[in-house]
Design a protein around this ligand. Structure first.
Ligand SMILES: O=P(O)(O)OC[C@H]1O[C@H](O[C@H]2O[C@H](CO)[C@@H](O)[C@H](O)[C@H]2O)[C@H](O)[C@@H](O)[C@@H]1O
Length: 240
């Protein structure tokens, strides 16, 4: 079902990869257009600041891609929270050996040069987009790592598997923000494309708002748009 217009009193939560931008061959090859950056700035003003990016990427990565963005960014699937540019206000504690995790991920991936290892500040991702036949290899490797690092949980992603701190989820970031100005008292609206977004979509709906699934695949979201371009058009309608 096509989403209704963005309400004036929305608290808007937007995922990044596959939602605001098209999926790219590698994490680094994603591009943010000046139009997208300007769109987010205008939405931030239109919603009196009640706009947050909620991503599996880390905050530093996203702040770098949106240098002027004045809004909130929850990164690393909710393990990091940046209320303003230039600072990280809360971050999940690292109670495991992060360097050992990154090293062991590289060792497991080494026999398969097509596997891309993404070191993350709260975990690691192994990407098999360059050779989808390596999916089983990546899943086995990540299960091994999950066994070796019990504080971490598997997070399936698009042509990738991630490890993130156990219990860290995007719906917790949404719930936290919904208690704070300028989000509190507004209607939560969440757009996302991936499995990591599903709990946050459910939370937005449970709190009287709505959720939009971008792209194909099963979802709890009651609304759907086909791709990031369609989401951009829907967002632009709210700014017209
Ligand atoms: O929560 P998101 O903002 O959607 O981030 C989820 C993960 O996205 C990135 O990986 C995915 O996008 C890449 C670029 O399009 C693509 O190459 C990869 O195959 C996808 O899995 C990012 O690399 C991860 O860190 C994010 O957690």
């Amino acid at each position: 079902m096509t989403p209704p217009p963005l309400p004036q009193d929305a608290a808007l939560f937007l995922d990044f990869d596959g939602c605001l931008v098209d999926i790219a061959p590698t994490p680094d090859s994603v591009t943010v257009s000046p139009e997208l950056a300007a769109r987010l700035d205008r939405l931030h003003a239109r919603l009196d600041g009640a706009l947050a990016l909620i991503s599996g990427r880390n905050v530093e990565d996203l702040r770098g891609r949106f240098p002027g963005f004045p809004g909130v960014i929850a990164g690393s699937h909710g393990a990091e929270m940046s209320l303003k540019p230039g600072r990280i206000d809360a971050a999940h504690g690292i109670d495991f050996d992060l360097l050992a995790l990154h090293r062991q991920a590289r060792e497991l991936a080494a026999p398969h040069p097509a596997i891309l290892v993404e070191d993350k500040p709260h975990g690691v991702a192994l990407h098999y987009r360059a050779d989808p036949s390596l999916r089983d290899v990546v899943e086995d490797a990540m299960r091994q790592l999950a066994g070796a690092f019990p504080g971490l949980e598997l997070q399936p992603a698009k042509m990738a598997v991630e490890l993130r701190p156990a219990g860290v989820r995007k719906d917790d970031a949404l719930a936290r923000l919904m208690t704070m100005p300028p989000f509190v008292g507004r209607m939560p609206v969440y757009a996302g494309d991936d499995l990591t977004d599903e709990p946050a979509m459910a939370a937005a709906q449970d709190q009287g708002g709505f959720a939009i699934k971008v792209g194909e695949g099963d979802s709890v979201a009651r609304h759907r748009l086909p791709d990031p371009a369609a989401l951009s058009r829907w967002l632009d309608e709210a700014l017209a």
